[in-house]
Design a protein around this ligand. Structure first.
Ligand SMILES: *Cc1c(COP(=O)(O)O)cnc(C)c1O
Length: 340
């Protein structure tokens, strides 16, 4: 692509914020005296676990669908996801008078299928072992004139996700550092666009699971590195690679990409439940876990943390929370953890 389009700008982010006004929650920024005391920092938690459908992904999906031409929106949208993006597209499409088709594996958890259906989406299941979801989504798009809404690698999605950090900078005031969970990089790229305009001195970090550090590798190598599907309880960050649209933004401005292991995610989940009375899913804990690890020299600093989501299977959550803070037998992830 010799003439790649320029990346989205702060004007796109502000336009997204106007579109989302009255449709997405302006989520609260919570504080914890205990978290501050333990880290020596002043921490501002942006609670996207309390966003509509339980994660920031509503922002990007809503912005992308709202920007479609009326005819496109009327024809409907398609997404492939078994996670938060599926519910985000389903709910956003319903709100905008569009209709969503979501392609999910036939062995997806029943609760996720039900939640996505409840938001009004049509679910098309496929057999993981013999079919590719991309191919099915493409075919549906062609046959039915649907528009594909990608989970992260799209400028309107990035601009929508950016509004979470935009609100945090507006509400918390100046921050020295910001920690953002990292999967495909929509949330991180968006946060960087917001920081560039509102908080140019703020050091923004991406945080990914130790088992899947493709973002860190990509940053070191200066090009997108693809890895095998990581095994981690952070299912929202089980991406094999950053996006073509997200990587250049990340590379341009991110301070660094750091990793945390699953045991630290479990500790963070316990902390949020016990001390702050909030449910945060494993992926949503990535930023916080990096800060709690205490190795990043944050003493005396004003630190923002995005808690990106709170959708978690309650049975697994109960086991994680009940297990004990210093456990080194944190679940290995995937379905293995569901049967132990
Ligand atoms: C999707 C997701 C992420 C990762 O977001 P990207 O834009 O793919 O980097 C982080 N946390 C939660 C809860 C998610 O659903």
């Amino acid at each position: 692509m010799p003439f790649a389009a320029p990346p989205p700008t702060i004007d796109d982010v502000r336009a997204a914020a106007r579109r989302l006004h009255g449709h997405a929650h302006r989520t609260p920024v919570l504080r914890s005296a205990t978290a501050d005391a333990r880290t020596g920092a002043s921490i501002f938690f942006k609670c996207e676990n309390l966003q509509r459908m339980g994660a920031f992904k509503f922002r990007g999906a809503y912005n992308a669908i709202a920007k479609l031409a009326p005819a496109q929106r009327g024809a409907g949208v398609v997404a492939f996801s078994s996670g938060n993006h599926a519910q985000a597209v389903a709910l956003a499409a319903r709100e905008l008078g569009s209709k969503a088709v979501v392609v999910m594996p036939d062995d997806a958890p029943a609760a996720k299928l039900a939640a996505t259906r409840e938001y009004g989406a049509e679910i098309v299941t496929y057999d993981r072992s013999s079919e590719s979801r991309e191919a099915i989504a493409q075919r549906l798009a062609g046959e039915r004139g649907l528009t594909l809404v990608p989970p992260f690698d799209h400028d309107d999605v990035i601009a929508g996700q950016a509004t979470a950090a935009l609100e945090l900078f507006e509400d918390a005031g100046a921050l020295d550092a910001l920690f953002v969970p990292l999967g495909g990089g929509g949330l991180l790229a968006g946060s960087l666009l917001a920081a560039e305009a509102l908080a140019p001195d703020c050091a923004v970090f991406g945080v990914e699971p130790e088992a899947g550090d493709d973002g860190r590798q990509s940053l070191r190598r200066g090009e997108i590195v693809t890895i095998g599907l990581p095994r981690t309880i952070a299912d929202g960050a089980m991406t094999a690679q950053l996006g073509i649209r997200t990587f250049p933004i990340i590379r341009r401005r991110v301070r660094d990409v750091v990793t945390v292991d699953d045991a630290r995610l479990v500790q963070a989940m316990r902390f949020f439940a016990e001390r702050m009375k909030i449910v945060v899913e494993p992926t949503g804990c990535l930023g916080a876990a990096a800060v709690f690890a205490g190795t990043l020299g944050l003493h005396g600093k004003r630190v923002g943390v995005i808690l990106s989501g709170g959708n978690v299977d309650l049975e697994r959550y109960g086991r994680w929370i009940g297990r004990g803070a210093s456990s080194n037998e944190a679940p290995a992830g995937g379905d293995a953890a569901a049967t132990d």
